[in-house]
Design a protein around this ligand. Structure first.
Ligand code: ADP
Ligand code: ZN
Length: 604
C-alpha cells in the first residue's frame, strides 16, 4: 500500500500535509470513527479522499449541496481520480452511467445527497458495492441546535445500523459547541475521536468600519480590487439587488443572489461566479455554502451577522489559496437591533438565551479595540499570545482623548429626554437638528439641544456607540431601543468621572487603510520577470479551461501558477515539484505549460 504522503504527492501534487491531516488519515485508516472540525479552507476533503484512495472498494461521501458535489468531483477527476456524484440534478442517462460504473466497481469515490441515499433501493445497492468508508460533509446539518439544520440529515443516524463495520467520518467547520457535541451521538458513532484543527486563517485581514456612508467606504475599498473576486453579504434580499445594480452601473461584473430567486437562476449565478464570468456576488447568507473557489480576494459584510460562527464561515470563503485576502464588516446599532428583532421571535427561552449571548460575542468582535483575531480565536477556544498584525486594530491602534465633556452632554440629553430617546434622535438633539422626531417630541426645548453642534453626525455616532460600549449608556431592547442611564453615567455627571474615548482620527486612519495590492499579481511574485511569466501562464490556463469547458482553477490554481512562474520548469521532474501538480495533471497539461516557459526563457 502506498503511504498517505506518497498519495498526496502523486495525486494532489502537494509536498506536505497541513496540520492534523496526516494524523486524521492514519486514524481513519485504522478503521476508527472520526470527527473532524476544521475551518473552511482548512483542508478537510483530503482527510477522507486520501483514505479513499488507500483503501480497496468504494468511499461514499454525503454532502448537502449539489454545487459542491459537482466541483469536488470535477477537481478529483482533474487529478485522475475516478469519482462521480448522484443527486437530483443528473439526467436519467447520466445517472444510469454512474450506476453502471458502480456496478463495475470502477469508482473510488461517490458523492450523494442524503435524499438520494435513502431513495428506493439505493441502500440495497450500496451493500453490493464494497463500501470501505462513509464521509459526512457539513455534518453540523444534523443538529437541530445549529443554524443550518437539515431535516433530511436526521436519517443519517441509520447509517451505523445499516453498515456497522464501515468507518464513519463526520466533517464540519462549525464552532458551535452544542452542535459539535451532538454530532457523534446522532450519528451513533463508536467512540469517535474528535480532531480540532486550528481555526486561524492568518492570510485574512480583519477590518471593521462604522456602518454609515457604507457605499462610499466600500467603493474606496473596491478600488483596491479592480476586476477581482469578492462576496458582499447583506441581511435583506432587496439590498442585494440595489447594491448589485449600483455596482453594475459603475462597470463591475456583479450579480445578486438570494433565496427568492429560482433555483435554476441561482445555479447559473453560482456557476458564472465559479467560472469567473462574474467577479462580485451581492448575496444573503443563502449564498456560499459549498463554494469552493480559491481566489476570492475580499468578503464584505454590509450588515452584521447574528453570530461569530456564521461570520467566520462567510469570511472563510476568502483567500482559500493562502494568498492575502481582505474582510470588512460594517457595524451599526441598527443591525444589532435587526438581529435582536429576529431573536425576539424565538419561542424556546433556552435557545433564545443562547442566541442573545452569541450576538453579544459578535458585538464584542465588532467593537473591539484590541487585536480582533484574538477575539475570534478565543471564541474557537484558541488563545494566541501575540497580536496578529493583520487586523485594523493592530495596524492602527486606538488613540484616546479625554471625552468627558462630550460624554456629559450625551448623558445629560438622555436624562432630559426622560430616557425615551434612541441613538439616532440623540445624535440629532446634540447637533441641534430639527428632525421630525425632535419636533414631534419638543426635544428642541431641552437644555442640551445643539450643545454638541461642533461635531458632525458621523463623529457623534462614533462617540455615542462608545458610550454604550463603555456602559455609560445602556440600550433597552425591551423599550423600543431607547437609551437609559446607568450607575456609571451618574459618576460622570455628578462625581467628576473621566471618560476616555477613541478619536475619530483613529477610525479615519482605518478607513484610509492602504494595502499594497498589485492588481492580479500575488505578493510572492516580486521579480518583474516572474510576474510577466505568471500573466502568460494564466492566459494559457484560461485558454485551456475555455477549451475543455472547465473552471480555470480546476486546471491549475493561481497558487500553482505562481509557483510555476518562479520555478520555470522545463522538464517533467521539475514540473512535478510545482505546488498542486500531481502526476495526472503533469502528464495532461505539462507539455503546453513547459513549452510556454521555454518560449518565455528564450525571449528573455
Ligand atoms: P475545507 O473542505 O476544509 O473547506 P478543502 O478541503 O476544500 O477545505 O481545502 C481547501 C484548499 O486547500 C483546497 O484547494 C485544497 O486542495 C488545499 N489543500 C488541502 N490540503 C492541502 C495540503 N496538504 N497542501 C496544500 N494544499 C492543500
Ligand atoms: Zn490583530
Amino acid at each position: 500500500m502506498k503511504t498517505p504522503l506518497k498519495l498526496l504527492i502523486e495525486y494532489f501534487g502537494y509536498d506536505a500535509f497541513r496540520p492534523m491531516q496526516e494524523e486524521i488519515i492514519y486514524h481513519i485508516l485504522s478503521g476508527n470513527d472520526t470527527i473532524v472540525l476544521m475551518p473552511t479552507g482548512g483542508g478537510k476533503s483530503l482527510c477522507y479522499q486520501i483514505p479513499a484512495l488507500a483503501k480497496n472498494g468504494l468511499s461514499l461521501v454525503i454532502s448537502p449541496l449539489i454545487a459542491l458535489m459537482k466541483d469536488q468531483v470535477q477537481a478529483l477527476n482533474a487529478n485522475g481520480i475516478s469519482a462521480a456524484f448522484l443527486n437530483s440534478s443528473l439526467s436519467w442517462n447520466d445517472e444510469t452511467e454512474v450506476l453502471h460504473e458502480l456496478a463495475k466497481g470502477s469508482l473510488k469515490l461517490l458523492y450523494v445527497s442524503p435524499e438520494k441515499l435513502f431513495s428506493e433501493g439505493f441502500v440495497g445497492n450500496l451493500k453490493k458495492w464494497n463500501l470501505s468508508l462513509i464521509a459526512i460533509d457539513e455534518a453540523h446539518c444534523i443538529s437541530s441546535w445549529g443554524h443550518h439544520f437539515r431535516p433530511e440529515y436526521k436519517s443519517l443516524g441509520r447509517l451505523k445500523d445499516l453498515f456497522p463495520k464501515v468507518p464513519l467520518i463526520a466533517l464540519t467547520a462549525t464552532a458551535d459547541k452544542a452542535v459539535r457535541s451532538e454530532i457523534g451521538s446522532l450519528l451513533k458513532m463508536k467512540a469517535p475521536k474528535m480532531f480540532l484543527g486550528s481555526f486561524d486563517r492568518p492570510n485574512l485581514s480583519l477590518n471593521v468600519l462604522p456602518g454609515q456612508k457604507k457605499w462610499e467606504q466600500m467603493l474606496k475599498m473596491l478600488e483596491r480590487y479592480p476586476g477581482q473576486n469578492g462576496i458582499i453579504y447583506f441581511n435583506s434580499r432587496k439590498a442585494t439587488e440595489d447594491i448589485a445594480n449600483k455596482l453594475q452601473s459603475i462597470g463591475r461584473k456583479v450579480s445578486a443572489y438570494h433565496a427568492g430567486l429560482e433555483s435554476v437562476e441561482r445555479d447559473r449565478i453560482q456557476e458564472d461566479f465559479i467560472q469567473g464570468k462574474i467577479s462580485i456576488i451581492c448575496a444573503t447568507v443563502a449564498f456560499g455554502m459549498g463554494i469552493d473557489k480559491s481566489d476570492i480576494r475580499f468578503v464584505i459584510h454590509y450588515n452584521m451577522p447574528a453570530n461569530i460562527e456564521g461570520f467566520y464561515q462567510e469570511i472563510g470563503r476568502a483567500g482559500r489559496d493562502g494568498l492575502p485576502a481582505e474582510t470588512l464588516l460594517f457595524y451599526s446599532y441598527r443591525d444589532v437591533m435587526t438581529q435582536m428583532h429576529f431573536i425576539e421571535q424565538i419561542d424556546n427561552p433556552d435557545y433564545k438565551k443562547i442566541q442573545i449571548s452569541k450576538l453579544d460575542r459578535m458585538k464584542e468582535y465588532a467593537e473591539s479595540q484590541v487585536c480582533r483575531r484574538k477575539i475570534l480565536m478565543t471564541y474557537f477556544s484558541e488563545f494566541p499570545e501575540e497580536d496578529c498584525g493583520n487586523c485594523d486594530v493592530c495596524q492602527n491602534p486606538p488613540e484616546y482623548f479625554d471625552g468627558t465633556t462630550f460624554a456629559q452632554m450625551a448623558i445629560s440629553a438622555v436624562v432630559r429626554a426622560k430616557e425615551k430617546i434612541g441613538p439616532g434622535t440623540l445624535n440629532d438633539v446634540l447637533r441641534g437638528v430639527y428632525s421630525p422626531q425632535v419636533k414631534e417630541r419638543g426635544l428642541d426645548q431641552i437644555k442640551t439641544f445643539g450643545a454638541g453642534r461642533q461635531l458632525n453626525k458621523f463623529i457623534w455616532t462614533l462617540y455615542i456607540q462608545q458610550l454604550i460600549q463603555l456602559g455609560l449608556l445602556e440600550m433597552d431592547y425591551k423599550d423600543a431601543y431607547s437609551l437609559k442611564i446607568t450607575p456609571l453615567s451618574k459618576e460622570v455627571l455628578f462625581e467628576n468621572g473621566q471618560v476616555k474615548l477613541v478619536t475619530a482620527d483613529t477610525i479615519k486612519q482605518r478607513q484610509e487603510k492602504k494595502v499594497e495590492i498589485k492588481k492580479q499579481i500575488p505578493k510572492t511574485l516580486d521579480r518583474e520577470e516572474d510576474e510577466a511569466l505568471f500573466i502568460e501562464l494564466k492566459a494559457l490556463r484560461n485558454e485551456i479551461a475555455e477549451k475543455v469547458r472547465k473552471p480555470a482553477y480546476v486546471i491549475f490554481s493561481n497558487q500553482s501558477l505562481v509557483d510555476m512562474a518562479m520555478i520555470k520548469p522545463t522538464s517533467m521532474d521539475e514540473f512535478l515539484t510545482v505546488h498542486g501538480v500531481g502526476e495526472f495533471k503533469a502528464s495532461k497539461y505539462g507539455e503546453p505549460f513547459m513549452n510556454r516557459v521555454q518560449e518565455f526563457l528564450q525571449s528573455q
